[in-house]
Design a protein around this ligand. Structure first.
Ligand code: NAD
Length: 302
């Protein structure tokens, strides 16, 4: 039988190419030997997709196409309806960036607890304005306790000696305990946590899950970290809680509008650290996403 043809439209980590070449005829959409989709459409079996699109028209022009392996988790670049109709498998790499996002969460947590935003951007007697707090013996509340949150819990407990509470009604209390946290209701978690970190998907239930009432339920001097999705944390409520002096700071990798405009009021708050949705952007996660996507293709071919 003929070696299956796999097309990779945009550059991915070299390890994925090496792996795929053991099983397939790999053609690239970039570089010296670049081939266009038109040139291979009649024979292509799989596409390893990073940032390009695969629309219904392309699927109809590719009779042998049977798998689109997404590098990452977003599926907005793939026509899932046409893929379903044509029996084309579509895969993602949901675990590839877990560790990276968890570490970024810890980076933001440390930064806000130590007043690094104030130290870096403040003027006047900045040194006097910084009064940090240690993580050791403080309580971390995790809202949503899936892959990223359980990794954060492990680092927080073993690395920093934090107490960890988790709210996740979709998981059993036993599961939460097994993954290293104490199960709690959202209210009890908020009331008991020096730091609250959000790790739920954005759904109608989680939209503005954390509003002013929730922030004011936290102890005075608490901090909030959000590396999940903008919109889960009400940004107006956050500003109010910060300006009233109730919260000591916030670390946000995600915001309702991305990138956050330069004149956004959250940027005026020196106790707020904002990163532009880079939680998953590490060399390790990029490699893992490519290799995981390549493995989905290899499994599919087998
Ligand atoms: P996951 O699916 O493993 O975990 C999500 C958890 O949230 C699940 O355990 C689920 O039961 C729980 N949950 C769902 N609805 C809930 C609710 N209403 N209340 C409480 N818990 C609820 O996902 P994950 O891989 O841990 O990712 C978590 C979040 O991180 C997602 O929103 C994802 O979009 C985001 N994320 C961000 C970045 C980044 O670059 N900053 C990268 C990857 C993922």
């Amino acid at each position: 039988t003929e070696t299956p043809l796999i097309w990779i439209p945009r550059p991915v980590h070299g390890d994925a190419l090496t792996l795929l070449r053991e099983h397939a005829d790999v053609r690239l959409g970039y570089g010296d030997e670049a081939v266009t989709f038109e040139e291979i459409a009649d024979r292509v079996v799989g596409i390893l997709l990073r940032t390009a699109r695969v629309d219904g028209e392309m699927m109809r022009r590719a009779p042998a196409l049977s798998i689109v392996a997404r590098h990452g988790v977003g599926l907005d670049t793939v026509d899932l309806v046409t893929a379903g109709e044509r029996g084309i498998t579509v895969t993602t790499t949901p675990t590839a960036n877990t560790r990276s996002v968890a570490e970024h969460t810890i980076a933001l947590l440390l930064a806000v607890r130590r007043g690094i935003g104030i130290a870096v951007r403040g003027d006047g007697d900045v040194r006097a304005a910084v009064q940090g707090r240690e993580l050791a013996d403080s309580t971390l509340g995790l809202v949503g306790f899936g892959r990223i949150a359980s990794t954060v819990a492990r680092i927080a407990r073993h690395g920093f000696g934090m107490r960890v509470l988790a709210f996740d009604p979709m998981r059993s209390a036993d599961d939460i305990v097994a993954d290293g946290a104490e199960p709690a209701t959202l209210n009890r978690l908020l009331a008991a946590s020096d730091a609250v970190s959000l790790h739920v998907p954005l759904t109608p239930e989680t939209h503005r899950l954390i509003g002013l009432d929730e922030l004011l339920t936290m102890p005075k001097g608490g901090v909030v970290v959000n590396t999940s999705r903008g919109g889960i944390l009400d940004e107006d409520a956050l500003l109010t809680a910060l300006r009233r002096g109730h919260l000591a700071g916030a670390g946000l990798d995600v915001t309702v509008v991305e990138p956050l405009p330069a004149d956004h009021p959250l940027r005026q708050e020196h106790s707020v650290i904002i990163t532009p949705h880079v939680g998953a952007q590490t060399a390790e996660a990029m490699r893992r996403m490519a290799v995981d996507a390549a493995n989905r293709i290899i499994e599919h071919l087998a």
